[in-house]
Design a protein around this ligand. Structure first.
Ligand SMILES: N[C@@H](CCC(=O)N[C@@H](CS)C(=O)NCC(=O)O)C(=O)O
Length: 305
């Protein structure tokens, strides 16, 4: 019988053979040293790992957070409220170092059983302090409490909430999907990077098309929807997330870039980005914020390390 003519491997065959093929065991086993950047803090169980109370400052609102995109949403909102003159929005911002596992202390788990920043405690309530967790819930809580940054008009309000919840559902594909496999996984694997790059580019296109005809996410008003989306997708379009600006061609989403730059100019946004920030230029890092003057006097360049 004549030998079969050799043929080139298909794309699918090349991908499968160039990747370690994983055969899942019958029951999943926790591989603590999986090589990923956050392997030391990722766990398959919830709950506290240590007894640790949270500090409490003098203001009505106590924020426990770190200056990641999810954390920045809330510090921007608080600074915007203060800029509008809402004195009741004065806050103490305490640093929760997620890389050190502070989110697993008993005090933090008490205010967020999901062990993720940001978490807020409203101590202005007469009966007992009220906990608020999940960044979208915190933005909505503050918008309703101060009647600000959420339009009164029902159509516009609905549109703001559409985009707020769009962000909450979409960003895990950006952070936990694309960002994880592009920047934090122990190796670069084509399949997951392609899958999530495609989804994230689709999301950027959703935003770009919308912002082509709208000044802000909910139309002509700056709202909590912008505050939720900007720290993730604005940073991505400007190449500030995962070193992926060129890979995703962030600059080509022109309307997203226009909106990103415009929002970035707001003084409250500039301040909000500094709070609980632990990377970048020391003059841009305000690890804890207890007073409006702290921006001028307590940034890391003035504190020493
Ligand atoms: N859906 C949550 C996500 C919060 C979240 O993922 N926070 C990250 C930092 S951006 C965190 O605390 N990670 C620590 C951990 O996973 O242990 C929200 O929007 O508040």
């Amino acid at each position: 019988m004549a030998a079969a003519t050799p043929r080139r491997a298909t794309k699918k065959e090349m991908i499968v053979s160039s990747t370690d093929v994983y055969v899942p065991p019958k029951v999943w086993i926790w591989d603590k040293e999986n090589g990923g950047r956050f392997a030391n803090i990722n766990r398959p169980v919830a709950g506290a790992t240590s007894d640790k109370d949270l500090p409490v400052g003098k203001h009505p609102l106590q924020l426990y957070s770190q200056g990641t995109p999810n954390g920045v949403k809330v510090t921007v909102m608080l600074e915007e409220l203060l800029a509008l003159g809402h004195k009741g929005a004065e806050y103490d911002a305490w640093l929760i170092r997620i890389g050190n596992g502070d989110q697993f202390g008993s005090g933090f788990v008490g205010i967020n059983p999901n062990s993720k920043i940001p978490a807020l405690v409203d101590r202005s309530k007469p009966k007992k302090p009220r906990r608020v967790f999940e960044s979208g819930a915190i933005l909505l809580y503050l918008a309703e409490k101060f009647k600000a940054f959420l339009p009164k008009d029902a159509d516009k309000r609905t549109e703001a909430l559409n985009w707020l919840f769009w962000q909450m559902g979409s960003a895990p594909y950006l952070g936990g999907g694309f960002g994880h496999f592009y920047a934090y996984a122990p190796a670069k694997w084509e399949y997951p990077i392609n899958r999530f790059a495609m989804e994230v580019k689709r999301q950027l296109d959703v935003l770009d098309r919308h912002l082509a005809g709208n000044a802000y996410m909910a139309g002509d008003e700056y709202t909590i929807a912008d505050m939720a989306i900007w720290p993730w997708y604005g940073a991505l379009s400007k190449g500030l997330l995962y070193g992926a600006g060129e890979f995703l061609d962030g600059a080509s989403y022109k309307h997203v870039v226009r909106w990103t730059e415009e929002i970035g100019q707001r003084p409250a946004v500039k301040r909000g980005r500094m709070v609980n920030r632990i990377q970048g230029d020391p003059s841009s890092q305000l690890h804890e914020r207890h007073d409006a003057d702290d921006f001028a006097t307590k940034t890391q360049d003035k504190m020493g390390t």
